[in-house]
Design a protein around this ligand. Structure first.
Ligand SMILES: CC(C)(COP(=O)(O)OP(=O)(O)OC[C@H]1O[C@@H](n2cnc3c(N)ncnc32)[C@H](O)[C@@H]1OP(=O)(O)O)[C@@H](O)C(=O)NCCC(=O)NCCS
Length: 141
């Protein structure tokens, strides 16, 4: 297993976009728009590989000493094997070294136990995003 930072608009970036569409968008009948992709140019993006194949990713919008974690996705075949946890822990450690003190995310209701397992706390009521219930969750690092 290898976890690496990915450059926006690189070949690896587009492979990760494909994984995110498969895991996060197509099941909801959605695709990424050009505007959404363009808005990612300043984000820190991390991918996870197994046997030289990308199997998942996550990314962060940084604002001062806080970061919003977004688009955490692991391919179906590799879910519940610890890859998501390793990816989030390793990437949060890199952010901590950059001076980030708080991470927050808009967690799908189905993913709340995953983030709780990582020490995140729910700090909002449920709200809708991409037409499904989410909760704001956060963790001080
Ligand atoms: C949510 C997701 C990223 C988790 O990644 P993963 O690799 O499957 O999770 P892991 O195997 O690393 O799980 C880490 C821990 O959280 C727990 N966990 C993960 N998903 C869980 C769930 N749905 N319910 C309860 N516990 C869960 C695991 O049991 C594990 O616990 P352990 O460390 O005690 O063994 C992945 O399942 C996924 O891509 N889901 C679909 C997309 C999605 O919902 N993304 C999040 C959007 S906010």
């Amino acid at each position: 297993m290898v976890i690496k930072q990915i450059l926006y608009n690189s070949n690896d970036y587009w492979k990760i976009v494909q994984i995110r569409e498969i895991v996060l968008r197509i099941p909801l009948g959605l695709r990424f728009s050009l505007a959404e992709i363009q808005a990612e140019s300043q984000e820190l993006i991390f991918g996870i590989q197994e046997n030289d194949q990308w199997i998942g990713s996550c990314q962060y919008q940084i604002l001062n000493n806080e970061a919003k974690m977004r688009q955490v996705a692991i391919l179906n075949k590799y879910k519940r094997k610890g890859y998501g946890k390793q990816l989030v822990l390793a990437s949060m450690e890199i952010l901590k070294q950059k001076g980030i003190q708080k991470i927050y995310c808009h967690a799908r209701a189905t993913a709340v136990p995953f983030y709780e397992n990582l020490g995140f706390q729910t700090v909002s009521e449920a709200f809708l995003e991409v037409q499904i219930p989410h909760f704001k969750m956060q963790k001080f690092i």
